[in-house]
Design a protein around this ligand. Structure first.
Ligand SMILES: [Zn+2]
Length: 440
């Protein structure tokens, strides 16, 4: 295509970007997108506008369904088609909301970039490494400041026949990045961290068929705590402040874990160092979403929802799983043991996070003890317990502390401690029992 034919397109882009791009750069970009990348005019417009004007401006020209190159993805696409080569793919089993399911994840590449992808409902889809596919109806998210491609139940995968593609080289990082613990994110390689060892243990595990020792512990700085592990005995002791260079970050359900691999350098630091000690690191939900999870985090916000599975529940006496209708998924028909639990959503204005609250804190937050709940269930039915709890905590402000994990549905906290505006558990419980007795 001759550049003279592009005048209307140039005018349109300049109309959006104004003086954010000069003529020379615009012409070079147009050539690159249209000739080198071989993408269509609409995508070219969006790509250039996004690159020079930011994601927000893209909305001006974005239609409903589009196809894009990986390098053009912003992480906010809801419905996008991507033709890409599978560089790596594996089938994994994950647990979502207590159920095991298979997913396929790996790395896709095209001429513009490479990125991770996940197929959440693979069905009978199989992917062959090195083959090029058309991934349809994808959505994207930003994770570790990188865009990831997701295929949900609307997603489709078709072999792209007769398409050839040279894949962009992956970016390799060389200098260690100095990080605070709260900044660590799954997938980071080559990071440097300084912190104090607040616990340390050596455990024997079986790895690749032979018994070996793993040295693990918890490292803290003034921003947070992180679990770390090493396969070599580095002679690390509780209370020492250390500087780690060249570690990498793996994740377990969104919780970052620091791995001290063979190329990692560890040195002792002779410095007084403030750490988040017995307490925890207070975070906004937005900050937690950004890193995906972590240990001992505290959020404060309003309880905006109570989910199904809250209130009086029954647990398997053998494995402690919550059971439905007397059936444990592992042990079959069992006589369940009563327990209390809350599954709530806490919103702090920056975002919302799911939280699972165990019995003790459920009693504390709602003022309804297990005994009172059993009485209430007997008198008025089990569903009443959750409804009564809801009236007592919905739209109340609480703080919750616990470990935060993430899955495709976002972050959730397994709560260890909670607090809110004073509730006298005994007094409230007695009042409730009085009420009950009066009703019987
Ligand atoms: Zn069981």
């Amino acid at each position: 295509m001759e550049l003279t034919e592009l005048t209307p397109i140039k005018e349109e882009i300049k109309g959006v970007l104004g003086d954010k791009i000069d003529d020379e750069t615009l012409e070079a970009e147009l050539k690159r997108y249209l000739n080198d990348y071989g993408v269509g005019i609409e995508q070219t417009k969006r790509g250039i506008i996004r690159k020079y004007g930011g994601a927000d401006m893209t909305m001006v020209v974005t239609g409903s369904s589009v196809s894009k190159k990986i390098g053009e993805l912003t992480g906010s696409e809801q419905n996008v088609d991507i033709v890409a080569k599978v560089l790596y793919a594996e089938t994994k089993e994950i647990t979502v909301r207590g159920l095991a399911k298979q997913i396929i994840s790996g790395i896709l590449g095209d001429e513009t970039s490479t990125t991770q992808f996940t197929i959440w409902e693979p069905g009978s889809i199989t992917l062959e490494k090195g083959s090029i596919y058309n991934f349809k109806n994808c959505y994207t998210k930003v994770w570790n400041e990188k865009v990831q491609i997701n295929l949900g139940n609307r997603g489709r995968v078709e072999l792209a026949h007769g398409v050839e593609m040279d894949v962009a080289e992956r970016v390799i990082q060389t200098n260690p990045t100095e990080c605070k613990i709260s900044e660590l994110k799954e997938g980071q390689g080559n990071v440097s961290v300084t912190g104090r060892i607040i616990s340390m243990e050596a455990r024997n595990v079986v790895a690749r068929g032979r018994e070996t020792t793993v040295y693990s512990g918890v490292l803290a700085d003034d921003t947070g705590k992180v679990q770390f592990s090493a396969w070599n005995d580095l002679g690390l002791k509780e209370g020492e402040t250390i500087s780690i260079k060249g570690a990498y970050v793996r994740g377990w359900r969104g919780i970052p874990q620091l791995n001290l691999g063979d190329r990692c350098e560890v040195s002792r630091v002779d410095a007084v160092f403030d750490v988040v000690e017995s307490g925890s690191s207070r975070k906004t939900v937005a900050e937690i979403v950004k890193v995906g999870g972590g240990l001992d985090m505290t959020v404060e916000g309003l309880v905006v929802d109570i989910k199904a599975g809250s209130g009086l529940i029954k647990r398997c006496p053998q494995c402690n799983r919550s059971i439905l209708n007397g059936i444990c998924t592992a042990h079959g028909q069992v006589t369940g043991i009563n327990d209390l639990r809350l599954k709530i959503v806490i919103d702090d204005g920056t975002g919302a996070i799911g939280a699972i609250v165990k019995r003790q804190d459920t009693e504390k937050l709602t003022g309804i003890t297990l005994n009172a709940a059993e009485g209430l269930a007997m008198a008025q039915g089990e569903g009443v317990v959750a409804r009564e709890m809801a009236t007592r905590i919905l739209m109340k402000r609480i703080t919750a502390t616990g470990n935060v994990m993430s899955d495709d549905y976002g972050p959730s906290m397994i709560v260890n401690t909670t607090s809110h505006v004073e509730t006298d558990v005994l007094k409230e419980a007695n009042a409730l029992l009085d009420e009950l007795e009066a009703a019987l």
